[in-house]
Design a protein around this ligand. Structure first.
Ligand SMILES: Cc1cc2nc3c(=O)[nH]c(=O)nc-3n(C[C@H](O)[C@H](O)[C@H](O)COP(=O)(O)OP(=O)(O)OC[C@H]3O[C@@H](n4cnc5c(N)ncnc54)[C@H](O)[C@@H]3O)c2cc1C
Length: 307
């Protein structure tokens, strides 16, 4: 049986029937077959191969800070590098990190070494793997801007190195395949004076604190901005939806593109706010909002009006 094969292979952590609510920033998510944190890259490859040979469903997940997982039982395996694959080095101007390293650590180390580029990403939660998949960005900077190369494990269990010219990056978009595991990456930054770095970091962290409801559980912005000069949050605000509640979930009064969990929100509550926002914005402005957050375990009818 697959699960016992995985357990026999793994020196890392295999949590059977694990609740995903323990692994998402929303604090929402039902049980999965197993939540797997491999010991190292070699074990990871073995586990990916076992799951593929069995044709079982799986998802690669980071720290779940951009993720809405349904509350129902999900018949899939979750594999994460978080708290596991954490190799990290800075040499000259090049940072190398495995995908389980938290973005916050990378930003902090870059600043410590007087390297500029990533300081605007201060305060963006999540792992390096999630940041690359999402092309995380803030205040005009995106993580892909400084990428030199990425190691991925492809579907056949082989490690390959990709370069920026192999990958398409766009606003909160990358062309990594969903069955490609992001293993590690290198970034090249520029040395500069500490004053410049400090001031960029301060602008970013002050902006974040004043514009985001950071006291509450959320997954950051729910929708992508329709274009660079039209924020999804502004449309939701103009549609009068700020403060709308479903169960314990609410469209934040502070930032309309953040949907917050006051403690006991269900996946269906957030999904219902997503549907309501899409329907209202479409009726008022003729725009169908696209999700920025990733979802696991939903069908279209739960997330789209009239689907
Ligand atoms: C309070 C708050 C503020 C935020 N502010 C910002 C912001 O300013 N800018 C911004 O861009 N984002 C922001 N976010 C969203 C989130 O922090 C980022 O998208 C982050 O990069 C997600 O990283 P993660 O490790 O949590 O990924 P997850 O949420 O776990 O996963 C995100 C996606 O990446 C995939 N993935 C994760 N790891 C791997 C891997 N190793 N290999 C292959 N696929 C993988 C998952 O399958 C999923 O599709 C915010 C979130 C919160 C809660």
């Amino acid at each position: 049986m697959l699960l016992s094969d995985i357990k026999n292979t793994a020196k890392g952590t295999v949590l059977e029937n694990e609740l995903m609510s323990k692994h998402t920033s929303y604090g929402i998510g039902g049980k999965v077959l197993a939540y797997i944190r491999p010991y190292d890259r070699y074990e990871l490859i073995k586990i990916i191969n076992l799951i593929n040979e069995d044709n079982s469903e799986f998802y690669f997940v980071g720290s779940g800070s951009n993720l809405l997982v349904n509350d129902k039982k999900i018949n899939a395996y979750i594999i994460t590098p978080a708290k596991a694959l954490k190799s990290f080095s800075v040499k000259n101007n090049v940072i190398m990190a495995e995908s389980g390293v938290m973005l916050g650590k990378i930003v902090k180390e870059a600043i410590k070494h007087s390297l500029t580029g990533l300081e605007s990403l201060v305060g963006v939660p999540g792992t390096l793997g999630g940041a690359l998949m999402m092309n995380a960005g803030a205040w005009g900077e995106e993580i892909s801007n400084y990428l030199v190369s990425v190691e991925v494990i492809s579907y056949n269990g082989k490690i390959k190195t990709l370069y920026p010219s192999d990958i398409e990056f766009n606003y909160r978009y990358s062309s990594f395949k969903s069955n490609e595991f992001i293993l590690s990456a290198k970034f090249k930054l520029t040395k500069t004076n500490d004053e410049e770095i400090k001031s960029k970091k301060l602008i970013a962290s002050r902006g974040r604190k004043s514009s985001q409801p950071l006291k509450f559980r959320s997954a950051g912005s729910v929708f992508k901005n329709p274009h660079s000069r039209l924020a999804a949050g502004l449309l939701i605000d103009k549609a009068g939806l700020k403060g709308t509640k479903r169960g314990d979930a609410e469209i934040s009064e502070h930032h309309a593109n953040f949907f917050i969990n006051h403690g006991y929100a269900k996946a269906a509550d957030i999904a219902s706010l997503i549907k309501l926002s899409r329907k209202t914005i479409y009726e008022k402005f003729g725009i169908m909002l696209e999700l920025e957050i990733k979802t696991i375990g939903f069908n279209n009818s739960e997330l789209y009006p009239n689907a």
